[in-house]
Write a new protein. Structure first.
Length: 1125
C-alpha cells in the first residue's frame, strides 16, 4: 500500500496560499464531498445532524457547521495546516485493537508503544514495517513526518550487529542521564562526539545536542514564543502579531524584543495524559475509584467541586473532563547574584489524578513563562491572555481526544477551579490589593484595621467579630474598650465582585498607565472573569497556608526571643499603645530621662531565651523530618536564623510549644499550643466538615486570646488571615492540594535549568521541554533508572504483592553490612512465639492451643498441627505455614538500619554517631479492649532465616512502661505525651515485626530531665484514601497528620483567660523592666501627635514579601526532597 500519493495530493491544495485558485477550490469541494457523504438526509432530520466540524484556521474543528458555512470559512480563513488525515470527518475509526509494530523484544515494543501513544491519532493507521520507507515528501507533513522518523529511528540499529540498542533508544537513554545528572548541553555534545569516535564508523549517533534535540520536537513537545511590549502593555499576538509599535504606549518594536513570553500550549499536554495507556485510567480516578464517604481527602470531595458539578451538570456528566488549578509566583533565577531579576512561571495543576500523582512535578505543567527582569505586577493579565483564551476554548468547544484506556475518542473539556499563590501574587491575580487598611481579600471593605503611627503599619485585630453572636466576650470592654456587635464580614459572590469592578472594565495595562485612586482596594477586573464560569465559583483564589504558617512562626519566634528585625515588641510598638488606647499598663514610662518598658506576658529573660535556643539546638530529628536546627541557632546572640519554610512548619506544629513549655508563662504556652494544634489539624491529609466547623470557631477564640497577650503590632495581616483558613478548607478541601510547597519545589527545579545567565528564560524553557519529554518517555523505559521509576527517599517497595504468608512478604531494604550471630535459647523461643502469634494466617489454628498441653511449647505444638494439612496442596499459604512451623535457624543476620513503612530506622548504637534520631519506635496494642501506644528504642534489627529463603524481620526494642499512668507515662492537657526513662517495661516480648513499627522521636521534657516527650511522625508514602480497589501510594509533601484530632487539647472548652470582664494585667512580675535612655540618638524618633490619616500605609514587607519573588529565605530552597518529610 502506497500511503504517500493521496497525502501528497492533499498537501498540494492545502498548502496553496491563493485561496481563489482552482486547485484550492477543487480541493475544498473534494473535502466537503468526503465529509458530508455519510450524513443522514430527509425532512425529519435534526439540523445539528447535518453539521460537521469546521477545519478552518479559526474554528480548528471545534465548531460544527453546515456545508455552505464550512465552504465559506475555508475560502475566507484557510484550512488548518497539517490536517491531512480527516479523522474528525470519518476517515478513521478506532479499531478494536490498536495496531502495533511488535518485534518480540519487550524493551523495543515499549518504545513503539511510546511512539504510538505520543502520535495518536496519526499513528492509529495500520502502518507496517514495509510502509515506513524513506519518503522525503513525508517530512513536510506536520505530524506524519515526525511519526515516520520516530518509527524509523526506533527500528534502525545503533550500528551493524547491535541488537540491544536502536538509534532512538540510545538517544532517549542519553537524554535521561542528562536530565537526572544535570549535564550541560556543551558536555552532552562532547559525550556524543566521544561515542562517535569510539563506536563503529557506521554508528547512527547524532553529532550535537541540537541534532539530538529534534527528537523532542518529533514527540510533540514544544512551545511558542510571543513578543511583548517592554512596558507590559500588550502582546504582539494574533491580530497584533505584525504591529510595528505598541498600540497602548506607542513604544517602537525592536528587531530583538527585550521581552518574550514562552507559551506552552495546555491542550496537547492534557491530551497526552489520555493518549498514554500509562495515565489514561488515572484521569478517571476521581469518578471510578474514589470512595465518596463524606470525608475530605481530595478536591473532588469538596463543596466547591460539587457546587460546580451542580451548576454545570453537562460538564460533570463526562468524568474525563479536566479540573485544573493555576499557580504562579516569581523567583530569582540567579540566586543571590542579582536580586533584582524576577521570572514568573504560570503552572497548571491537574486535579483529575489521584492524590499520589496530582501534586507531583510531572503533572504540574508549565503553561507560561513570563519574562523578567521586573515582576509583571497587575500587568500579569497581559501575559495570561493566551492561556485564558485556550481555557475558554477548552470550556466552550473542547478538544477531540483519544482515550487509550477505552480505545475511543471523546470531546475533552476543561475548567479552572481556582488559583494558588502567595499573598502578594494573590493581589496580582485577583485584582484586590493586599496592602493598606483593607488588605484582607476575604473581609474586603469590612476589614478591621488600625493605623499604628510609630510603627507606620496597620494592625488587624477585632477578631471578636468572628465569634458566635451569643459569645460572652462580645460584651466585654476589656479588649478595646468597646462592645462588639458586628457580625463576621460577608464574603462577596462573583456577581457582587463584578458589580464593584464594572468601572474597571477595559482598563489599560502597562507601566506607563497609572491607576486612579479608589476608596476600595480594587486595582483591576481580573482576566479570569473572562471565563464564563468564573463568577459562579465558590472560591476563586486560595490563601497560601505555607506562607501564612511561616509568617506566624516568624512573628512568635521573633517576639519571644526578641530577635532584631523580627520582634513585634519594640519601643515604637509600645508607644503606639497610647494611640490605640489599649494595654496601657505595658506602655513605656519616662523616669529620670529613661524609658521604662514593663515586661509583657511573653517577655523572656536572657537565661530563658538561652534555654529555648538550647532546647531547640539539642533536638535530633528523624531523617528527612526537617533541617538540623543546631546549624540555625546562635546561643551567644540568642538568635534563630536561616529557617526554611518547612522548618517553620515543623517548629510551629510540633516543637515550639515544647521549647517554651516550662519557660514562658502558662497563658503564653497555652495560646501557642492552641495555635499549633490549629495548624496541625488544618494540615491533616483528611478532614471532616464537623471538625472544620469546630476549628473555625476555635481559631477565632485563639486569636481573641492572643489579642489579650500580644501587642497590636503583632497582628499583621498574615496573622489575621488565620481566621479564614478553616472556612476555605470547608470549601476547597485539604490544604496540601492548594498550598505553595509543590510549586516552590518546581521553582527550585526551574532555577537549576539556568545555564546561560544572559538568557535565563530560554534556558528554563529548553530545560523544561527536555525534562517533560523525558518523563513521558521514562514510563516506557523499564530497563534503566528514570525519573518515573526512581525510588523515593526511604521507599521500601512495600507495594510488592506476595501470594503466600503476609509475614514473609519480601519488602523493606536493609541498610549497611549484615553481621551474623546466633540467638540464645531464650531469644529463639521469644522470636518464634512472637512470629507465630502475629501471623494472621496462623491465628485460626493457634486458637486451638492450650499453654502447657502435652508439655510442648507453642512452636512444637504448631509443628505437630501442620502435619494434618494436605500433603499435595499447591496453595502457597499452606506451603509457607509448613515452613513457618519448622521454625527459623538459630543463626541470624543483624543490621544497623532498615527502610520500612516509609521510615528510615537505625539502631541506638548507630545513632550515637549521627545527627539524626531514627531509633524511636511506636507500636499499637490492645489491653483490656482499649487501644494503647507502646513507645521504645530500637536496639537491634534481626533477620530470621527460614527454609526456601523465607525471612522475617524483627525489631528488638527496649520499651518504656506505659501501663503506669502518671509514673511511667503522662499526658498533659495540651495532649503532650511524656515517658519516664527510669521505668522500663520488663516484658518477655521485646520483639515487634518490622511491619508493625511506626517511627517517633524523643525530645527532652522541660519540666523534668528524667522524662522524654514523644513526637509522632508520619510516613510521606501513605495516604488515607480508601478506594474500590488497592492502589499504589507515593510521596507526601510534608509532615502531616493522617486525620484531624481534638484529643484533650486546649481546643475544647471555652477559656476564661481569668475573668475576661475585668481589666487584664498582662505584666510579667518575674522579669525586670527594659530600660532605654530617652536621649539616645540611636533610638527611633517617637511620634506623639496626631497622624495624618491620608498618609500611605507602609505594608509589612519583611513578613509578607516584596513582590512574591524572594525564595532565598527558604521558600524554594527547602523543597529538596531530602529536606521534606
Amino acid at each position: 500500500m502506497d500511503i504517500s500519493d493521496p497525502l501528497k495530493k492533499r498537501l498540494e491544495w492545502m498548502s496553496c496560499d491563493d485561496r481563489t485558485h482552482t486547485l484550492y477550490i477543487n480541493g475544498v469541494k473534494e473535502f466537503l464531498d468526503f465529509a458530508f457523504t455519510d450524513l443522514p438526509t430527509g425532512s425529519e432530520i435534526e439540523e445539528e445532524e447535518t453539521k460537521v466540524p469546521c477545519p478552518c484556521n479559526r474554528c480548528n474543528n471545534s465548531r460544527h457547521k453546515t456545508r455552505e458555512d464550512i465552504f465559506e470559512d475555508l475560502l475566507l480563513n484557510g484550512i488548518v495546516k497539517g490536517y491531512v488525515r480527516w479523522i474528525y470527518h470519518g476517515e478513521y475509526k478506532p479499531p478494536e485493537k490498536r495496531c502495533r509494530v511488535e518485534t518480540g523484544d519487550k524493551g523495543r515494543d515499549e518504545i513503539f508503544e511510546m511512539i504510538f501513544d505520543a502520535h495518536e491519532p496519526m499513528s492509529s493507521y495500520d502502518v507496517l514495517d514495509e510502509e515506513v520507507d524513506n519518503h522525503p515528501e513525508h517530512n513536510d507533513i506536520k505530524g506524519l513526518g515526525a511519526f515516520e522518523r520516530l518509527l524509523r529511528d526506533a527500528q534502525q540499529r545503533l550500528y551493524s550487529g547491535c541488537d540491544d540498542y536502536s538509534k532512538l533508544l540510545f538517544i532517549l537513554e542519553m537524554f535521561q542521564i542528562k536530565c537526572m545528572e544535570g549535564i550541560t548541553n556543551k558536555a552532552f555534545t562532547k559525550m556524543l562526539k566521544t561515542y562517535k569516535r569510539v563506536l563503529p564508523k557506521d554508528a547512527n549517533v547524532p553529532s550535537t545536542y541540537r541534532e539530538a534535540r529534534k527528537m523532542v520536537t518529533d514527540l510533540g513537545f514544544d512551545y511558542e514564543k510571543i513578543e511583548a511590549c517592554e512596558n507590559d502593555c500588550m502582546l504582539f499576538w494574533k491580530e497584533s502579531a505584525n504591529l510595528e509599535k505598541c498600540s497602548v504606549c506607542d513604544t517602537k518594536r525592536n528587531k530583538t524584543s527585550p521581552k518574550v513570553l514562552r507559551y506552552f500550549p495546555l491542550t496537547p499536554r492534557l491530551q497526552r495524559l489520555f493518549m498514554s495507556r500509562k495515565t489514561a485510567n488515572d484521569m478517571r480516578w476521581r469518578k471510578d475509584k474514589r470512595d465518596d464517604d463524606g470525608i475530605l481527602r481530595h478536591p473532588a470531595d469538596s463543596k466547591a467541586w460539587k457546587h460546580f458539578d451542580e451548576s454545570y451538570s453537562s460538564f460533570a456528566l463526562e468524568s474525563r473532563n479536566v479540573r485544573l488549578g493555576l499557580a504562579s509566583d516569581g523567583f530569582n533565577p540567579f540566586g543571590g547574584l542579582r536580586s533584582d531579576y524576577s521570572i514568573w512561571p504560570v503552572v497548571i495543576v491537574v486535579y483529575n489524578l489521584p492524590p499520589w500523582m496530582c501534586m507531583k512535578q510531572p503533572y504540574t505543567m508549565l503553561s507560561l513563562l513570563i519574562p523578567g527582569k521586573s515582576a509583571p505586577g497587575n500587568n500579569i493579565d497581559v501575559y495570561l491572555k493566551p492561556l485564558v483564551e485556550e481555557l475558554k476554548q477548552l470550556w466552550e468547544f473542547g478538544a477531540k481526544t483519544y482515550d487509550a484506556s477505552k480505545n475511543e475518542y471523546f470531546d475533552m473539556h476543561a475548567a479552572l477551579l481556582w488559583t494558588i499563590n502567595d499573598f502578594p501574587a494573590y493581589a496580582n491575580l485577583s485584582g484586590w490589593s493586599t496592602k493598606g487598611y483593607k488588605a484582607c481579600p476575604c473581609c474586603m471593605n469590612e476589614t478591621s484595621s488600625t493605623r499604628l503611627p510609630n510603627c507606620r503599619k496597620c494592625c488587624y485585630m477585632d477578631h471578636r467579630r468572628f465569634l458566635h453572636v451569643d459569645h460572652k466576650w462580645r460584651n466585654s470592654k476589656s479588649f478595646n474598650g468597646k462592645v462588639e456587635r458586628r457580625s463576621r464580614p460577608k464574603k462577596l459572590s462573583g456577581n457582587e465582585i463584578l458589580e464593584q469592578v464594572k468601572d474597571l472594565e477595559g482598563m489599560k495595562f502597562g507601566k506607563t498607565f497609572k491607576l486612579p485612586k479608589r476608596k476600595d482596594n480594587w486595582k483591576k477586573k481580573s482576566i479570569f472573569f473572562d471565563l464564563p464560569y468564573w463568577s459562579s465559583l465558590l472560591i476563586r483564589h486560595n490563601l497560601d497556608v505555607m506562607h501564612i504558617e511561616k509568617n506566624v512562626c516568624d512573628n512568635i519566634l521573633g517576639t519571644l526571643l526578641d530577635i532584631e528585625g523580627k520582634s513585634k515588641d519594640h519601643i515604637k510598638a509600645r508607644h503606639d499603645l497610647k494611640h490605640v488606647n489599649i494595654m496601657k499598663h505595658l506602655a513605656p514610662k519616662l523616669v529620670d530621662g529613661k524609658w521604662h518598658i514593663p515586661a509583657a506576658p511573653y517577655t523572656l529573660s536572657k537565661s530563658q531565651k538561652i534555654a529555648v535556643c538550647k532546647y531547640l539546638e539539642d533536638i535530633k530529628v528523624p531523617d528527612g523530618y526537617s533541617s538540623n536546627f543546631s546549624k540555625c541557632i546562635n546561643l551567644d546572640k540568642r538568635k534563630i536564623w536561616g529557617l526554611k519554610t518547612h522548618d517553620c512548619h515543623v517548629l510551629l506544629e510540633e516543637l515550639l510549644p515544647l521549647a517554651i513549655r516550662g519557660v514562658s508563662s502558662a497563658k503564653v504556652y497555652e495560646v501557642v499550643t492552641k495555635l499549633s494544634e490549629f495548624f496541625k489539624n488544618l494540615c491533616s491529609k483528611s478532614l471532616k466538615l464537623k471538625d472544620l466547623n469546630d476549628l473555625e470557631n476555635h481559631i477565632a477564640i485563639t486569636l481573641c486570646e492572643m489579642e489579650k497577650i500580644f501587642l497590636p503590632s503583632f497582628f499583621d495581616v498574615m496573622v489575621h488571615l488565620c481566621v479564614h483558613l478553616a472556612e476555605e478548607a470547608k470549601l476547597a478541601g485539604p490544604v496540601h492540594y492548594r498550598w505553595m510547597y509543590p510549586i516552590e519545589r518546581l521553582l527550585r527545579k526551574f532555577k537549576s535549568y539556568v545555564r546561560n545567565k544572559n538568557r535565563p528564560e530560554g534556558s528554563i524553557a529548553e530545560g523544561y521541554i527536555i525534562e517533560e519529554c523525558m518523563f513521558f518517555c521514562s514510563r516506557y523505559l523499564n530497563e534503566m533508572e528514570t525519573r518515573y521509576n526512581q525510588p523515593e527517599r526511604n521507599a521500601d517497595h512495600g507495594n510488592d504483592v506476595y501470594k503466600g504468608l503476609s509475614i514473609f512478604s519480601p519488602y523493606g531494604i536493609p541498610l549497611g553490612k549484615a553481621k551474623s550471630r546466633y540467638l540464645s535459647n531464650e531469644e529463639l523461643v521469644q522470636a518464634q512465639e512472637y512470629v507465630l502469634k502475629n501471623c494472621d494466617e496462623a491465628e485460626l489454628y493457634l486458637s486451638e492451643y492450650t499453654p502447657g498441653s502435652n508439655g510442648k511449647n507453642l512452636q512444637e505444638w504448631f509443628q505437630d498441627r501442620v502435619t494434618t494439612f494436605p500433603e499435595e496442596s499447591g496453595d502457597q499459604v499452606i506451603k509457607d505455614l509448613r515452613t513457618l512451623a519448622l521454625g527459623p535457624f538459630r543463626g541470624v543476620q543483624c543490621f544497623g538500619g532498615y527502610l520500612a513503612n516509609g521510615f528510615r530506622f537505625h539502631t541506638s548504637d548507630i545513632e550515637k554517631k549521627r545527627k539524626n534520631q531514627n531509633s524511636g519506635v511506636m507500636v499499637k496494642g490492645i489491653v483490656e479492649s482499649k487501644d494503647i501506644d507502646y513507645y521504645g528504642v530500637l536496639n537491634d534489627i534481626i533477620s530470621l532465616q527460614y527454609l526456601d529463603g523465607k525471612r522475617v524481620i524483627l525489631f528488638r526494642c527496649d520499651w518504656w512502661d506505659v501501663h503506669k499512668i502518671g509514673r511511667g507515662v503522662k499526658i498533659d492537657k495540651g495532649g503532650v505525651v511524656s515517658v519516664n526513662t527510669r521505668y522500663k517495661w520488663n516484658t518477655s516480648e521485646p520483639f515487634v515485626l518490622m511491619s508493625q513499627a511506626q517511627q517517633v522521636f524523643y525530645v527532652r521534657d522541660g519540666f523534668d530531665p528524667h522524662w522524654l516527650v514523644v513526637v509522632k511522625t508520619h510516613s510521606r508514602h501513605q495516604y488515607d484514601v480508601p478506594e474500590n480497589e488497592n492502589t499504589e501510594v507515593d510521596e507526601d509533601a510534608l509532615q502531616q497528620s493522617d486525620s484531624m484530632s481534638f484529643d484533650d487539647v486546649f481546643l475544647s472548652g471555652d477559656p476564661d483567660l481569668e475573668d475576661i470582664h475585668n481589666p487584664f494585667d498582662g505584666r510579667r512580675d518575674d522579669t525586670d523592666d527594659i530600660i532605654i535612655d530617652a536621649n539616645d540618638q540611636n533610638q527611633p524618633k517617637i511620634f506623639d501627635g496626631i497622624e495624618n490619616e491620608d498618609d500611605e500605609v507602609d505594608f509589612d514587607e519583611d513578613n509578607d514579601g516584596d513582590d512574591g519573588n524572594e525564595i532565598s529565605d527558604g521558600d524554594g530552597e527547602e523543597d529538596d526532597d531530602d529536606d521534606i518529610a
